[in-house]
Design a protein around this ligand. Structure first.
Ligand code: BDP
Length: 332
């Protein structure tokens, strides 16, 4: 069969093909994957990301090779999300907390007390909910290949222990970049300032904020414990993290290499969860030994009850959260 294309169309198709092969060529010549990471050397996420890219390199005979850039040298997490979306970086490991703007469904994991504990979070994220969130992220240009641990986040501050929601009143807390967390602190009567992680130490030190919230390993590795020595075990957020790849980079891989890269990510997740459990314990012991004033919360229900308006607003703003909340609550 002979198909007659008008000369103009052929010209356009040829231009597109040339452009496509130029892209293919440049990506082949430029196969060095850049990986964004907020944490420093020796942190569980860092070790796991390094293992991921090393294993991916081995399993693809070097077709996927690259390097992890630690300690936010490539920018803040908000920058990282955008860079992944446009393909300026190829992979990253980060908390799903600040992803709510880019992928509203993901906000479900930012609802306080949504997960009962770390194991519950694993069951949810390694099951259908995790797959659905991953699909939603992929539609926005970010492919989650596996889930990492981010522990449970609790409040810490410079001046006093927090026993009840009333103790939060009037205190100013740094939160990650997501309006939902501002609502969370406000529901407890406090004020919240979204801020990049790298700025928190100085802000605690100079009194720009009175406190922040994080898990034991980050409280330790960021040295926040030195300047905000009251740690109150609210455990209000359990936020999964991901090893994510830019959909642009992903689509350039052969099906075989995609399988290999995914396996490398899954293996790195098993490693990260193991390292996390060890580091969680080590960091807790280290900061307590250094004189941190630890405060167990007697009535956690007072905190979770105070979160009802946060849930109501989140669902009102974004009704697609409702089925996710139900699925998570129904996951045993
Ligand atoms: C840490 C997370 C990291 C966040 C950081 C934060 O691992 O991804 O960016 O908290 O509070 O626990 O910004």
């Amino acid at each position: 069969m002979i198909i007659n294309f008008p000369a103009k169309k052929i010209g356009k198709a040829l231009a597109l093909m040339t452009a496509a092969s130029a892209v293919a060529f440049s990506s082949a010549a430029n196969a060095e994957w850049k990986g964004w990471n907020i944490h420093n050397t020796g942190y569980p996420v860092t070790d796991a990301l390094e293992s991921f890219i090393k294993e991916a390199d081995k399993a693809t005979d070097g077709r996927v090779s690259g390097r992890v850039y630690n300690s936010s040298v490539l920018g803040s997490q908000s920058d990282a999300i955008q860079m992944l979306q446009v393909g300026a970086i190829q992979f990253a490991g980060f908390s799903l907390g600040p992803m709510g703007d880019a992928v509203p469904e993901v906000n479900v994991v930012s609802l306080p007390f949504i997960f009962k504990d770390l194991n519950h979070m694993h069951r949810v994220m390694d099951g259908p909910v995790g797959d659905q969130l991953s699909d939603a992220m992929a539609k926005k240009g970010i492919m989650s290949l596996a889930w990492y641990d981010g522990g449970a986040r609790s409040f810490y501050n410079t001046a006093k222990p927090i026993q009840t929601p009333a103790d939060v009143k009037g205190e100013k807390f740094r939160v990650m970049n997501n309006e939902l967390y501002v609502g969370m602190v406000e529901a407890l009567g406090g004020n919240a300032t979204p801020m990049a992680y790298s700025e928190v130490y100085q802000s605690l030190k100079t009194g720009v904020v009175d406190g922040a919230e994080n898990n034991w390993p980050s409280y330790d590795s960021s040295n926040h414990y030195e300047v905000a020595p009251y740690y109150s075990l609210t455990q209000h957020l359990i936020i999964p993290e991901c090893v994510c790849v830019s959909v642009k980079a992903w689509n350039e891989l052969s099906a075989k290499d995609q399988v290999a890269v995914k396996k490398a990510a899954r293996d790195s997740s098993a490693l990260q969860r193991k390292l996390w459990a060890q580091r969680d314990e080590e960091s807790r012991k280290k900061v307590l030994a250094s004189g941190v004033k630890f405060n167990e919360i007697k009535d956690k229900k007072a905190f979770s009850d105070a979160m009802k308006p946060v849930y109501a607003k989140a669902v009102k703003d974004n009704p697609s959260l409702k089925p996710f909340i139900e699925q998570i609550q129904n996951t045993q």
